[in-house]
Ligand binder design. Structure first.
Ligand code: SAM
Length: 340
């Protein structure tokens, strides 16, 4: 990876904040707590699954907690727990309860396929969950099975209903696949009519190990489909949001579009990511800036780790295109390893 050689100017201390060269302050950390998943979504991984890391190559919960505390000291106040499928990892609920006590963390968010959440929603209601993002790519059983390569439609729908009826804010994420589920865009938006949820359409990104697929429908094309259906679609502007949010009069919920492939939101992106094997990514499109697991396991102090993180943020690319250019080629990681 080609780094811009910025000199580290500020030693880590409690006042240090993670500000990149473009003035964006990193306050949001996405942590992929496992690379294992119970589904095999076609756009995410091959039918036989990804090559999995040995358990010892995945961060332990104690290591994640140490890292969250370090990031908290550096100004991170929002967490997202993702995977793989986070709920396939044993001990997740206990981990969440411990992290819930971290004073600097204001909101814990989770991205899940909802297969395993049915029995724990009331536990999650006790935590500071900012949002539960549930991935659902079809409202039709046959198509769901075709996309996910698993027969879990009924339980997912049942658990989505439970989540919507809980006190936890719910977002429904649909990856739009041209010719496969784009005919369901309007049916999905109608879920926001009577439910106080955000229905979000995500551009497919080239993170399945292969090149960008022909089935990518751009954010603009998705918006065109919505505008043809709804003449009165108002846009809400939210700072630091990767989604463009729209509301339709008379709808309880909102509609979001995430241009993850077009990368139109980079100028306000304040996200850092840690992959399940402990690589810090300062952009979804980079190949990893620091091996945090190696730093932890080789006995580096918190102060040394903080300095390395500050340095990585000071080298952060302007946008996802620059990150991609700095990398030799697209990262061949799957989203199940990066965490989406
Ligand atoms: N297992 C959880 C789930 O299903 O939500 C969390 C991990 S999953 C990798 C996180 C998100 O990334 C999901 O919404 C998934 O649809 C999305 N995702 C995976 N591969 C993608 C791709 N190639 N392009 C766009 N989104 C993708």
């Amino acid at each position: 990876m080609k780094f811009v050689t910025n000199k580290l100017q500020t030693p880590a201390n409690t006042e240090t904040r993670l500000v990149d060269p473009f003035g964006r302050e990193m306050n949001y950390l996405r942590l992929a707590i496992t690379d294992r998943c119970n589904l095999r979504c076609q756009y995410c991984m091959p039918a036989e699954g990804n090559l999995l890391n040995n358990h010892n190559h995945i961060l332990h919960f104690e290591e994640m907690e140490q890292l969250i505390l370090i990031f908290q000291d550096l100004g991170v106040n929002k967490l997202r727990i993702t995977g793989g499928e986070p709920f396939v990892r044993k001990g997740l609920l206990e981990f969440l309860k411990r992290v819930n006590e971290f004073e600097g963390i204001n909101s814990i968010n989770i991205t899940t396929n909802a297969v395993f959440i049915g029995d724990i929603i009331s536990d999650l209601e006790q935590l500071k969950i900012g949002s539960l993002n549930i991935s659902l790519d079809s409202l039709q059983k046959d198509k769901f099975i075709k996309i996910t390569r698993r027969d879990e439609f009924e339980i997912v729908m049942e658990n989505i209903n439970k989540a919507i009826n809980s006190t936890i804010p719910v977002k429904l994420n649909m990856v739009v696949l041209a010719g496969i589920n784009d005919d369901e865009i309007i049916s999905f938006t109608q879920l926001a009519k009577d439910n106080l949820i955000e229905v979000r359409f995500i551009e497919q990104m080239p993170f399945s190990g292969g090149p960008a697929s022909e089935s990518i429908l751009s954010a603009d094309q998705i918006l065109d489909i919505l505008q043809q259906q709804y003449s009165l679609l108002y846009e809400q502007s939210l700072p630091d949001s990767t989604a463009r949010i729209f509301y339709n009069p008379g709808y309880k919920g909102t509609i979001g579009i995430i241009a993850g492939y077009s990368r139109t939101f980079c100028s306000s992106c304040t996200r850092l990511r840690i992959t399940s094997d402990g690589m810090l990514k300062t952009c979804l499109y980079d190949r990893g800036a620091i091996d945090l697991k190696e730093m932890l396991r080789s006995g580096k102090t918190d102060m040394q780790i903080k300095d390395a993180i500050i340095m990585a943020v000071q080298n952060r690319a302007k946008d996802g295109f620059e990150s991609q250019d700095r990398s030799i080629q697209y990262s061949n990681l799957s989203m199940a390893q990066i965490g989406g």
